[in-house]
Design a protein around this ligand. Structure first.
Ligand code: AMP
Ligand code: ZN
Length: 476
């Protein structure tokens, strides 16, 4: 498999540190509000990557943090703590906000068929390991104390701007209008590892530390949670493209300073979902959430398909018009699969043809996770001249990666059709009415009527079967 590595800015063959095993880390959500569908685009594409690695035979361990402390509105060291902002907005405690929006996040993920990572760790549960790593960075001379806070000293590194599209001039932090420069920093790019003194006197969550009572910066949590659960050698680190700088740049700086060698080999960045008016936002314009889409009648899996129709390294524009086109495409796919299931083809799968067809799917995903071509491979399969059983077997395989719930949706459609057909059939209506009449007769101990009904139906070829859930029937 080839994946694009933001670190080398090239497509590279994926080779894990340990053959057959993949360690994967994902930056989790900041749980101060609902996730918008842009955030969820990143998690959908990361889910596909994980599922495809598993499909390809790798033993994957995936870890994700939950940011419930330390993420400031600027992504760097300026602005308000997002969690505190959420708590104030809703007149709740930070922990109440964190619990509510963590649950909401996983509820959205479930609707989108996004698998929960093997390990999910809230930052507030890992304070000890942050303190341990920060202490070591101080000892090694990579960090310094100033004005009560602990900072990472970026001048100690050979190369700080590893995702080279960024350079010092772009570093607006501290020079942006309305943002106060932090005079404690020795270098403009330095970042906070631990706050004890800050402008947030009302910071709710604080912990004791060797440097006084305070709280961690955002970046240290991902380095520590990853290293604690996945060790010093990470295969893949994922996140939205906005995380490349400063968040991931800072993660690399502090992790490699701590362990003394290269940390993560592949950096997988998902580009943004935007609206026609620009950046997706939780505070202005329509706040696009999964629940909002559902309230407008959209199946969340249609949104998943919408994401898969584009490459993860291209920004994607969301519009209801585009989503409606995906609804049509999804429904057509489901209808075609329903027709295949209805054939009740129990013949053996044609493994030779399946191997050839499967290649279209794996070639697409092996080429930097080209999900739109993988969907094309699904259409090609539907058109192929092979048996329904072969097609269905491959659709099940593909959908274990794509996660579009295609077989389930097709079966549901068939059940609904069967129910509709039944309700239109006078014979079925008569059977169901007689079953009700027989139940009432039995309740009234009128066994003669109940027996007559059984006999009458039996003569018409209908066998009644009494079960604990009620009376079922079989038509000969
Ligand atoms: P946050 O909850 O702000 O920490 O963000 C959660 C994830 O969503 C991170 O991986 C971000 O990089 C990603 N993200 C933020 N905005 C977007 C967007 N518009 N499109 C895709 N991913 C995004
Ligand atoms: Zn992170």
């Amino acid at each position: 498999m080839y994946i694009y590595n933001s670190l080398s800015r090239k497509k590279e063959e994926f080779v894990p540190n340990v053959p057959g095993k993949v360690n994967m880390y994902t930056c989790g959500p900041t749980v101060y509000h609902y996730a918008h569908i842009g955030n969820l685009r990143s998690y959908i594409m990361e889910d596909i990557l994980e599922k495809y690695l598993r499909y390809s035979g790798y033993d994957v361990k995936r870890v994700m943090n939950i940011t419930d402390v330390g993420h400031l509105t600027s992504d760097a060291d300026e602005g308000e703590d997002k969690m505190l902002k959420g708590a104030k907005r809703e007149h709740k405690t930070v922990m109440e906000i964190a619990k509510f929006y963590t649950d909401a996040f996983f509820a959205d993920c479930a609707k989108l068929n996004i698998k929960t990572p093997d390990v999910v760790a809230p930052a507030t549960s890992c304070i000890d390991s942050f303190i341990e790593v920060i202490s070591s960075l101080l000892e090694k001379g990579y960090a310094y104390e100033a004005g009560g806070n602990i900072y990472f000293d970026t001048s100690k590194l050979k190369q700080y701007y590893v995702f080279n599209d960024f350079k010092e001039d772009d570093l607006a932090v501290g020079v942006r209008e309305g943002v106060e420069a932090d005079d404690n920093k020795r270098n403009k790019a330095d970042f906070v590892l631990w706050f004890t003194k800050s402008k947030f006197d009302d910071q709710e969550l604080k912990w004791d530390s060797p440097w006084g009572i305070g709280y961690p910066g955002w970046h240290i949590e991902c380095s520590c949670i990853s290293m604690k659960n996945l060790g010093e050698y990470l295969d893949i680190h994922c996140g939205g493209i906005d995380n490349a700088f400063p968040h991931h740049t800072n993660e690399i700086a502090q992790s490699e300073a701590y362990i003394g060698h290269k940390w993560c080999n592949y950096w997988f960045h998902v580009h943004h979902l935007n609206t026609n008016s620009g950046k997706m936002s939780k505070s202005s314009g329509e706040f696009l959430t999964v629940s909002l889409l559902e309230s407008k009648g959209y199946d969340p899996l249609v949104y998943r398909m919408f994401c898969l129709q584009s490459h993860y390294r291209k920004s994607l524009v969301f519009s209801y018009e585009n989503l409606d086109n995906t609804v049509t495409a999804y429904n057509k796919l489901v209808a075609k699969i329903s027709a295949l299931i209805a054939q009740n083809d129990e013949s053996a799968v044609d493994t030779e043809s399946a191997d050839t067809l499967r290649r279209g799917f794996t070639d697409a995903l092996d080429n930097d996770l080209n999900t739109s071509l993988a969907i094309t491979a699904l259409y090609d399969l539907l058109k192929a001249k092979v048996s329904a059983s072969t097609k269905l077997s491959l659709i099940k395989e593909y959908d274990a990666v794509l996660g579009l719930g295609l077989i389930e949706a097709a079966e549901k459609q068939l059940d609904e059709k069967a129910d509709e057909a039944k309700s239109d059939d006078p014979f079925i209506t008569e059977i169901e009415e007689l079953i009700k009449k027989r139940r009432d007769a039995k309740a009234a101990k009128d066994y003669a009527t109940a027996d007559d009904i059984r006999k009458y139906l039996s003569e018409k070829g209908v066998t009644l079967i009494d079960t604990p859930e009620g009376t079922k029937y079989k038509i000969d």
